[in-house]
Design a protein around this ligand. Structure first.
Ligand SMILES: Cc1ncc(COP(=O)(O)O)c(C=O)c1O
Length: 447
C-alpha cells in the first residue's frame, strides 16, 4: 500500500474552485457599516486591490491561477496526501485516515496558499506596503514571505498573547523583512483606546484587524490583507481540496468524512469545498468543522450580520458570530481565537451541509502528541483540533470503519512552548464563556 500519494508539479491544479455559486440559498451580501446597505467594490477598493475584489464577488466556479503564483506554489505544492497508517494502528481502528500535509509550506501552514496570490494581486496594482493582523503568527509569516517575493513592505499587528508565546514567529517574520508590533499597540487610535481601558488585555484578532485597517486607511501607499474569512481567501485555499481529490482517486478511495479545524474557516473550506459538488449530486459525505469549545462561534454563536473587527470598521458580514467585541480566552491555538466565521462556512452550516464540532484544548494536545508519536510530525495547536476530530470519527464505531480525510493545516515546530505548558500541567480547559458571550451578543448591530 502506498503511504504517501504525491502529484507531480505539472499535475498541480491550474484553476481555483469557487464554491459560492454552488451554495444552496446563496450568500447574503456584505453591508456598508455606515448605511447598512449592500456594499459594492468601490468603497472596499480603499483597502483591497481590484483583482482580489473581483474574486470576492465572483460567481464563476473556476478561476485561473496566475502563472507567477503557480511558480511560487511549486516551492512546496502539490503537497503530499498521507495515509496515517501508524495512527490507525495505534487506535486499533479499521478506519482509513488520510491527511493532507499543508505543513510542508515554507512557513509551515496552509496560510501561504492565500498569501502568495494576495501579494501578487497587490503587486500588479502597484501597492508598495501591506498591513495585516496575525493570531498564531502563521498568517503573518505567510504574508511576510509572500510580500518578500514581490518586493512589497509588510507590517504585521500580532495578537499580544501570541506575540508573547511565540517569539520565533517574530524571528521568522523579521527574516522575511516584515515589521511586527504587538496588538493592541500604541501606534493606532483604536490600540491606544483599548490599552487605556484594558492594559493587560491578551488582545484578539478582532482588535488586530482594527489596527491593521486603521493603518491602511491612513496611508495612500498601503493596502490591507486578511488571512481568512473572506471569499477570495477560501477560493485560494481550494487548491488543497482540488489536489486531495486527485490524490484520493489515485489511492482508489473516496472520503466518507472530511475534517478541518476552523478559525476563520479558510483551511477547512479549502479542503472541503471541492467535494461539495459531489455532495450536491447525492454522494454521501460528511463535512466536519472543528472549533475550540472556548471560542465556539459555530456551535454557540448566532447567525447574524456582524463586524469582523472590534472597532466596527469592516463591512458587516452575515456569519456565525460570538459578537465583535468578544475576547476569547488565551488558548494556545491562537489561530482559532476569532469571534466570527467565514460567510461561506456559515452558509454551509446553515444549510446543514457542514456539521460543527467543538473540542477542548487538553484533548487536542493529547491527540497532537499521539499523532507526533505515531506519524512523526508535531501538529500546530490549531491542527490538533482536526487531529482530535479525526480520532473521534475513526473510533466512533469500530464495526463501521470509515474513510476519513483531514487537513493537516500546519506543523507545530514553532509552538513547542505551548506543548511544554501542556506537559507541565499549566494548560487548562476553558468552559463555555457564557457571561462574556451574553455581554458581547447584546452588542450585535441591529439590522
Ligand atoms: C496552523 C493553522 N491552522 C488553522 C488556522 C485557522 O485558520 P483558518 O480557519 O482560516 O484556516 C490557523 C490560523 O492561524 C493556523 O495557523
Amino acid at each position: 500500500m502506498q503511504k504517501k500519494i504525491l502529484l507531480r508539479d505539472d499535475e498541480m491544479p491550474r484553476q481555483w474552485y469557487n464554491v459560492v455559486p454552488d451554495i444552496p440559498g446563496g450568500l447574503k451580501p456584505p453591508l456598508d457599516p455606515e448605511t447598512k446597505q449592500p456594499m459594492g467594490p468601490e468603497k472596499l477598493s480603499a483597502v483591497f486591490p481590484m483583482g482580489l475584489l473581483a474574486q470576492e464577488m465572483s460567481q464563476d466556479r473556476f478561476i485561473d491561477i496566475p502563472e507567477e503564483v503557480l511558480e511560487i506554489y511549486k516551492i512546496w505544492r502539490p503537497s503530499p496526501l498521507v495515509r496515517a497508517t501508524n495512527l490507525e494502528k495505534a487506535l486499533g481502528t479499521k478506519a482509513k485516515i488520510y491527511f493532507k500535509n499543508e505543513g510542508v509550506s515554507p512557513v509551515g501552514s496552509h496560510k501561504a496558499n492565500s498569501a502568495v496570490p494576495q501579494a501578487y494581486y497587490n503587486m500588479k496594482e502597484g501597492v508598495k506596503r501591506i498591513t495585516t493582523e496575525t493570531g498564531a503568527g502563521q498568517w503573518g509569516c505567510a504574508l511576510s514571505f509572500a510580500t518578500s517575493k514581490f518586493g512589497i513592505d509588510c507590517k504585521v499587528y500580532m495578537v499580544r498573547v501570541s506575540y508573547d508565546q511565540k517569539p520565533y514567529r517574530k524571528s521568522m517574520m523579521h527574516t522575511y523583512g516584515a515589521e511586527i508590533v504587538a496588538s493592541p499597540s500604541s501606534e493606532t487610535n483604536i490600540g491606544r483606546k483599548i490599552l487605556a481601558e484594558f492594559p493587560d488585555t491578551p488582545g484578539s484578532l478582532g482588535i488586530a484587524i482594527s489596527e491593521a485597517l486603521e493603518d491602511a486607511f491612513g496611508r495612500d501607499d498601503t493596502k490591507y490583507a486578511l488571512g481568512s474569512v473572506l471569499n477570495h481567501v477560501i477560493l485560494h485555499q481550494s487548491i488543497i481540496g482540488l489536489e486531495a481529490k486527485k490524490q484520493m482517486e489515485m489511492a482508489g478511495d473516496y472520503p466518507d468524512v472530511v475534517i478541518g479545524c476552523c478559525g476563520g474557516g479558510s483551511n477547512f473550506a479549502g479542503i472541503a469545498s471541492p467535494f461539495i459538488p459531489d455532495y450536491l449530486e447525492g454522494r454521501k459525505i460528511r463535512f466536519v468543522g472543528v472549533e475550540p469549545a472556548s471560542c465556539p462561534s459555530l456551535t454557540m454563536g448566532k447567525l447574524a450580520y456582524d463586524f469582523g473587527d472590534v472597532a466596527q470598521t469592516t463591512p458587516l458580514l452575515y456569519m456565525y458570530t460570538l459578537g465583535h467585541d468578544f475576547i476569547p480566552p488565551g488558548i494556545h491555538a491562537g489561530g482559532l481565537r476569532y469571534h466570527g466565521m467565514s460567510p461561506i462556512v456559515s452558509a454551509l452550516v446553515r444549510e446543514k451541509i457542514i456539521e460543527p464540532m467543538s473540542v477542548h484544548q487538553l484533548e487536542c494536545f493529547e491527540a497532537g502528541v499521539l499523532f507526533a508519536k505515531t506519524e512523526g510530525i508535531i501538529p500546530a495547536p490549531e491542527t490538533c483540533h482536526a487531529v482530535r476530530a479525526a480520532i473521534i470519527e475513526a473510533t466512533r464505531d469500530l464495526n463501521d470503519p470509515k474513510t476519513i480525510l483531514f487537513n493537516f493545516s500546519g506543523h507545530g515546530l514553532i509552538d513547542m512552548a505551548s506543548y511544554d505548558k501542556f506537559y507541565s500541567g499549566e494548560l487548562q480547559n476553558y468552559e463555555y464563556p457564557a457571561e462574556a458571550l451574553a455581554k458581547s451578543m447584546a452588542n450585535l448591530p441591529q439590522i
